[in-house]
Ligand binder design. Structure first.
Ligand code: SF4
Ligand code: FE
Length: 480
C-alpha cells in the first residue's frame, strides 16, 4: 500500500535538491531549517493521519483509477460522499495543526485538470486527459506531494499576458520541441512549494487568442533544472525559533509561501496538460478556484476551533471565564466558526458529476464560503483579541522571562489566577498573538483568490433578473 508516513515523507524530501533562498542564504535542509521545518511538519501530518485509526476513513480513499487505497490528497472525487469526507478531513487536519498543511492546492489542481482536460479533449480532439490520468496514478502510487500553482506575478493588471512590457510576467511557453516544451516565468505566493515533490502549473486567468503561449499547464518535479524558490518572510517569523514565545512552533502559521521562478525549465510532453488552448484557460481557473474556495470554511473552521480553545483556556487562567460577556463572545466565535464550516459542507453536499465522471463542488456555495472567510476570520480574531487582553501585544520576551533579575517581576506581575504558572498564560497568549497576527489574516483574505474574485463569481451566478421578476409578480406589478 503506497501510503507514506510523515517520517517517510521527510526522508523523501531530504533526497531532493531544491534551490531555496531565504533572507540572503540558501536553505539546504528543508526538514531541519527553522524557517521551513514547521511547514514540513504540517504537511507530514497529512501522511501520519492516514495511519491513525481515528482518521483512516477520512484520509484514506479507494482510487477510482487503480482500485487501490490512496491518500485522499491524491484522490479524484467520485461522489458527493468523497467531497464531504474531504471537508471533514480538512477540519480534522486543521485541528491537528492549527496551520496550513498545503496539500490541498495540488489536490485541487489534479481534480480541476481531471475534469477540464476531459472536456477539452471532447471539444478539441486533443489528448491531454490520458496524460493527466497517468500523472494522477503516479501520484497515488507513490504518495508524492504535488503543489498546485496558479498565481502569475501579473505585472500591470490592466494588460493581458501578451501585452505586458516584460513578457515573463505570466508563465509562458518559450519553445516547443519534439520531446516537450521549455517554460519561463514565475508563480507567486506558492504554498508548500519548497516541500512538495511535484509542481503543477496552471494558467491564472481567462485568455484571448494573442495569449496562446500563456495558456499552459504541466507538472514537473520540484527539483527540475531551472527552478528557483525564494521563500517568503512572515510576520512573527522569529517565533519559529522560540520555546516559551513559540506560538505554534511545531506547525507554524499558514503554509510557508515562495516565489517560484522558472528559468527555462524543460517539461516533457507526457506531463503537459494544456498548451495553447486559450478557450479552456478560464474554465480551468474557475474549476480550480471552486474546489479550493469550497475548502476554506473547513480549513479555517478547524484553525478557529483551536483559537476558541486557546481563548477558553486563557480566560480560565485569567479568572474571566465566568463573566457573562466573555461567554457570549466565545459563543459568537463558535457560531462564526460553525457558519464557515456549514458553507464548506453545503458546497460539497450540493456537488454534482462533471462530464468526466469526477465530482465538482457547488460553485455558488464555494464562492460564498470563501467570501465569508475573508470577513468572519477577522471577526473571530477580533473577538479573540478582545477576550485575551492587551498583553498579547505587549508581553516581554522569553529572554527576559529567563533573566534572573527581571524574570521574577514578569512572573509576579503577569500572574493570572494563583495556581496557574505565569509561563502557561504567556504560552497561550503567544499562540493567540501568532494566530491573529498579520500573515494569518492576510492568508484568509487572499488565499484561494481575493474577495473580489469570489464576488465576481457570485455576481455572475446571482440570477438577479429572475429574483426581480419573482418580486414584481408577488407585488402584483402588471406584466411581470
Ligand atoms: Fe489547504 Fe489552503 Fe487551508 Fe492550506 S490554506 S490547509 S492549502 S485549504
Ligand atoms: Fe491557503
Amino acid at each position: 500500500m503506497p501510503l507514506m508516513t510523515g517520517q517517510q515523507y521527510r526522508d523523501s524530501l531530504s533526497k531532493q535538491k531544491l534551490d531555496i533562498r531565504f533572507m540572503g542564504r540558501r536553505i539546504s535542509d528543508v526538514c531541519g531549517d527553522p524557517a521551513t521545518r514547521p511547514h514540513v511538519n504540517a504537511a507530514a501530518m497529512t501522511y501520519d493521519m492516514a495511519h491513525m485509526p481515528e482518521f483512516e476513513d477520512l484520509v484514506r480513499a479507494k482510487s477510482g483509477l487503480t482500485g487501490e487505497v490512496c491518500n485522499r490528497f491524491t484522490h479524484i472525487h467520485q461522489s458527493v460522499d468523497d467531497l464531504l469526507r474531504e471537508i471533514r478531513m480538512l477540519r480534522a487536519c486543521s485541528q491537528q495543526t492549527a496551520s496550513c498543511y498545503q496539500r490541498c492546492v495540488g489536490h485541487d489542481a489534479i481534480n480541476a485538470l481531471y475534469t477540464v482536460t476531459y472536456e477539452m479533449d471532447q471539444k478539441l480532439g486533443t489528448s491531454y486527459h490520458g496524460r493527466l490520468v497517468d500523472f494522477v496514478k503516479f501520484l497515488q502510487q507513490t504518495d508524492r506531494m504535488a503543489d498546485g500553482g496558479m498565481t502569475d506575478p501579473k505585472g500591470d493588471r490592466s494588460l493581458a499576458p501578451s501585452k505586458q512590457a516584460d513578457p515573463d510576467l505570466y508563465l509562458r511557453v518559450l519553445e516547443q520541441r519534439k520531446d516537450g516544451i521549455v517554460v519561463r516565468g514565475a508563480k507567486a505566493h506558492q504554498t508548500g512549494a519548497v516541500n512538495s515533490h511535484e509542481f503543477i502549473a496552471m494558467p491564472t486567468t481567462a485568455m484571448g487568442p494573442d495569449d496562446k503561449d500563456y495558456a499552459v499547464s504541466f507538472a514537473v518535479p520540484t527539483d527540475a533544472p531551472g527552478l528557483l524558490y525564494i521563500f517568503g518572510k512572515q510576520t512573527n517569523d522569529e517565533r519559529k525559533l522560540g520555546c516559551v514565545d513559540q506560538g505554534n512552533v511545531r506547525f507554524g502559521i499558514v503554509g510557508g509561501e515562495a516565489l517560484v521562478v522558472f528559468e527555462d525549465v524543460f517539461v516533457p510532453w507526457e506531463r503537459v496538460f494544456m498548451c495553447g488552448e486559450v478557450a479552456f484557460s478560464g474554465p480551468l481557473v474557475e474549476r480550480f478556484a471552486e474546489y479550493h474556495r469550497a475548502r476554506y470554511g473547513a480549513c479555517k473552521g478547524g484553525v478557529a476551533d483551536i483559537l476558541v480553545g486557546a481563548v477558553v483556556a486563557l480566560s480560565e487562567m485569567q479568572g474571566t471565564a465566568k463573566a457573562a460577556h466573555i461567554r457570549e463572545k466565545i459563543t459568537d466565535m463558535v457560531h462564526l466558526t460553525e457558519s464557515l464550516y456549514a458553507c464548506s459542507v453545503a458546497a460539497a453536499a450540493m456537488g454534482s458529476p462533471t462530464p468526466s465522471g469526477a465530482y465538482a463542488v457547488n460553485s455558488m456555495m464555494a464562492n460564498v464560503c470563501k467570501l465569508n472567510v475573508t470577513r468572519s476570520i477577522y471577526e473571530i480574531a477580533r473577538l479573540a483579541q478582545d477576550i485575551a487582553g492587551g498583553f498579547i501585544a505587549t508581553l516581554p520576551s522569553e529572554q527576559d522571562l529567563d533573566d534572573p533579575e527581571v524574570g521574577p517581576y514578569i512572573k509576579k506581575y503577569f500572574k493570572g489566577v494563583a495556581d496557574v504558572p505565569t509561563e502557561h498564560r504567556i504560552r497561550v497568549a503567544r499562540l493567540i498573538e501568532n494566530m491573529t497576527g498579520g500573515t494569518a489574516l492576510v492568508e484568509s483574505m487572499h488565499g484561494a483568490g481575493s474577495p473580489q474574485a469570489a464576488r465576481i463569481f457570485i455576481a455572475r451566478r446571482a440570477n438577479l433578473e429572475q429574483k426581480k421578476r419573482q418580486a414584481l409578480r408577488l407585488a402584483g406589478v402588471d406584466g411581470a
